[in-house]
Design a protein around this ligand. Structure first.
Ligand code: UDP
Ligand code: MG
Length: 307
């Protein structure tokens, strides 16, 4: 019999975790598959770990990886995929935004022979501002990276062993998981999933964290900012050159005028701004290279349960 692993990152989810298990386990038991749930706790300091461990005592198919401290969802998911043993791996959050009753639909779809099945939201249950953010974020990302990420991507998705093994070959520190998934490609399909509101607790991704993620994603998957810098640089140099030429011609042949400090200073400031901007972009990439070159482990684990 084939095995399904649920890949579930958790971070301060004490209010959701029991309800999540209560809804999920019956669905798993009804499947014609062996199963396991692999949680990664990303350094929560509330009761999340205690609650999961409590459940794991009576059910050894519930497994837990405890991170030493908060290392981010991208690292958490990577660790989960490393430890999950299933033939199919299904990645979902425990906040019940993606309902567990959708799991059988993912199994049906992947058993048609796909390597990856993305969930796409039927309708998005979210605030106006979050919806707008998603639109701008994914829009820019598609433009910048050329990655064809499906519109309205849900968190829930399933992939097979072959796909998981390929994922584990990606060794970058700076990891944007959605990008890597699309980059792997293989045979991909998508199904529509219904959405619910977060069961309890609140989202850990505030505006600042979201912006951070957006920048990471762009710099991880695109050299466009560097190319943009070169183009802008060329544009401003040309402008400067033409302006200078015009001034000289005007002064020599047409009118006698005072060039003046203001214009001079504005040109200098403009030049400085542009230079600083380019240096900044280059610095961001250097920072990333520095981080990659240290080849640090992706995450640090302090404890394993049922693994
Ligand atoms: N999460 C994590 N590490 C973090 C932040 C979040 O593992 O540093 C987990 C969190 O427990 C949840 C998932 O990532 O399972 C998505 O977070 P959340 O539901 O807060 O984000 P949203 O769905 O609002 O984008
Ligand atoms: Mg959520």
């Amino acid at each position: 019999m084939k095995k399904l692993s649920l890949v579930v990152p958790v971070y301060y989810e004490e209010e959701c975790i029991l309800q999540y298990l209560k809804e999920t386990i019956p669905v798993l038991n009804d499947l014609d598959l062996e199963w396991e749930i692999v949680f990664v706790d990303d350094g929560s300091k509330d009761k999340t770990v205690e609650l999961i461990k409590g459940e794991a005592r009576n059910e050894n198919r519930i497994k837990l990886i405890e991170f030493s401290y908060n290392q981010g969802k991208q690292a958490a998911v990577s660790a989960c995929i490393r430890y999950a043993k299933g033939d199919y791996l299904l990645y979902m959050d425990p906040d019940l935004q993606d309902p567990p009753d959708e799991i059988p639909n993912f199994i049906n779809e992947i058993e048609k022979g796909y390597d990856l099945v993305f969930g796409v939201r039927k309708e998005k249950v979210d605030s106006m501002i979050n919806k707008l953010y998603s639109k701008v974020f994914w829009g820019t990302l598609n433009k910048f990276t050329g990655l064809e990420i499906p519109k309205g991507l849900a968190v829930m998705r399933i992939f097979n062993r072959k796909f998981a093994d390929k994922f584990l070959e990606y060794s970058e520190q700076n990891r944007f998981i959605e990008g890597i998934f699309v980059h792997i490609g293989m045979n991909r399909s998508q199904i529509e999933v219904s959405q619910r509101k977060r069961f309890a607790g609140k989202s850990k991704f505030n505006f600042k964290r979201k912006m951070q993620l957006a920048f990471d994603a762009i710099f991880d998957f695109s050299e466009l900012p560097l190319k943009l810098a070169v183009k802008l640089g060329m544009f401003f140099s040309l402008m400067g050159f033409v302006a200078l030429l015009l001034l000289v011609i005007l002064k020599l042949f047409f009118i006698d005028f005072e060039l003046g400090w203001p214009s001079l200073i504005s040109v200098i400031v403009l030049g400085f701004g542009v230079q600083l901007f380019f240096i900044g972009i280059a610095a961001i990439y250097i920072g990333k290279i520095y981080k990659e070159s240290k080849r640090r482990p992706l995450y640090s684990i302090k404890n394993l349960t049922n693994l």
